[in-house]
Design a protein around this ligand. Structure first.
Ligand code: G3P
Length: 226
């Protein structure tokens, strides 16, 4: 069970990376758009510098034709680094590109996945990760847990190396449901992740413990005691 940050915001990655356990960062053109007209390659290199080499970085192509997707992937790998996972939407052209990229042993994250069929085909095309769009499925009255559960079942049944990278979340209940259904990883915006522990009851519990301590020992910390 791993968490990734679904953001390209450098400050958020720095701040929340020190708090939440995370194993990577995912972006897409809509996420990049939120950062304004940045220097794309330099910005992505900075994300890599922040997260280090042991975490995964997933960057999406923008082209719609397979040939151009592969060219964009080559540019990303050349100008950012060779370990980036290339996100490719699972369209017909996308499947063609995924197969071409895997032939060159390039890491691939199949994305914009709304259906079991897309997921199964992406697995068979060799995708390393499948970004299943949880909230967008729910908006379309598709049972997201069932889609993720079926993909997890096929991965186990046929011993695929593919991992399910659940994405598109609007709340933590959806994130938890994705894990319960069998997702290996979930990419979440830090604002949503924060709601997991920022509840009045949790803060009050911590404050009550501190208050009880102070009522006996005063303002003395444990490390200050003899
Ligand atoms: O990684 C992108 C995916 O999370 C899409 O999210 O919020 O546009 O449905 P959203």
């Amino acid at each position: 069970m791993e968490y990734l940050f679904d953001t390209a915001n450098l400050e958020d990655i720095r701040t929340y990376g020190a708090i939440y356990p995370y194993t990577g960062v995912t972006t897409n053109p809509s996420i990049i758009k939120k950062e304004g007209k940045i220097n794309f390659f330099e910005h992505c290199r900075e994300i890599r510098r922040i997260i280090g080499d042991d975490r995964t970085l997933h960057i999406q192509v923008t082209a719609l034709k397979a040939e151009d997707m592969v060219k964009e992937a080559d540019a990303i790998l050349d100008k950012i680094d060779g370990e980036v996972f290339i996100k490719v939407p699972v369209t017909e052209e996308g499947l063609k590109a995924i197969r071409a990229l895997k032939k060159k042993d390039i890491g691939v994250t199949a994305t914009a996945v709304y259906t079991k069929a897309q997921g199964f085909l992406a697995m068979e095309a060799g995708a390393d990760y499948i970004a299943a769009y949880f909230n967008r499925m729910e908006n379309m009255d598709i049972n997201a847990s069932s889609v993720i559960g079926s993909m997890a079942q096929m991965i186990r049944m046929w011993d695929y190396k593919t991992q399910i990278l659940a994405a598109s979340f609007k709340n933590m209940a959806q994130v938890n449901a994705a894990f319960e259904a069998g997702a290996h990883t979930a990419t979440v915006q830090p604002d949503i992740l924060k709601t997991a522990v920022n509840m009045a009851a949790i803060g009050k519990a911590a404050e009550d413990f501190a208050k009880d301590w102070r009522s006996v020992f005063g303002d003395v910390k444990i490390y200050e005691m003899e």
